[in-house]
Ligand binder design. Structure first.
Ligand code: RB5
Length: 145
């Protein structure tokens, strides 16, 4: 189950992602926002991050204007590894090397078609493990997050 979150600046892309996930047959839960009315990105990222921590969802796609605010707050949550990605290469490597469980990107930064490619790449790429597993474990053991 994919946790979706956006603020007003990412709302349109969130709706696009929902259509893409419907096409791919991937289930999701939308944690808001639910309109383009101005709102605060931490509220939505926090709700969706908690759903990942609780196990209700196993990964997330968080969208704001840049992807930066969403990734910052998501990464303040224990167990979340959020990657702000502006390319399919970054999305692929965030999965292969970092085992990222949240993809963040910006509607004001990434083109519409690229956004779809980034989402597909993130959702279809596996963690490589091996030496990367040791490093990912250190992220949590060193920070307590
Ligand atoms: C909203 O204007 C914008 O600041 C927000 O969507 C995001 O880009 C913050 O990181």
């Amino acid at each position: 189950m994919v946790a979706l979150a956006s603020d007003h600046a990412g709302f349109e892309y969130k709706e696009n992602v929902k259509r893409l996930l419907d096409q791919l047959g991937i289930s999701y839960k939308d944690f808001g926002t639910f309109s383009v009315e101005s709102t605060d990105y931490p509220d939505w990222a926090h709700r969706a991050s908690e759903a990942i921590i609780s196990g209700e969802c196993d990964r997330g796609i968080f969208i704001c204007g840049t992807g930066i605010g969403m990734s910052i707050i998501a990464n303040k949550h224990k167990g979340i590894r959020a990657a702000a990605c502006e390319s399919t290469t970054a999305a692929r490597l965030s999965r292969q090397h970092n085992d990222a469980n949240v993809l963040a990107f910006g509607e004001r930064i990434v083109g519409r078609e690229s956004a779809g490619d980034i989402v597909r790449t993130f959702l279809s790429t596996s963690f490589e493990g091996g030496r990367h597993e040791r490093r990912v474990n250190k992220i949590h053991s060193l920070t307590g997050l």
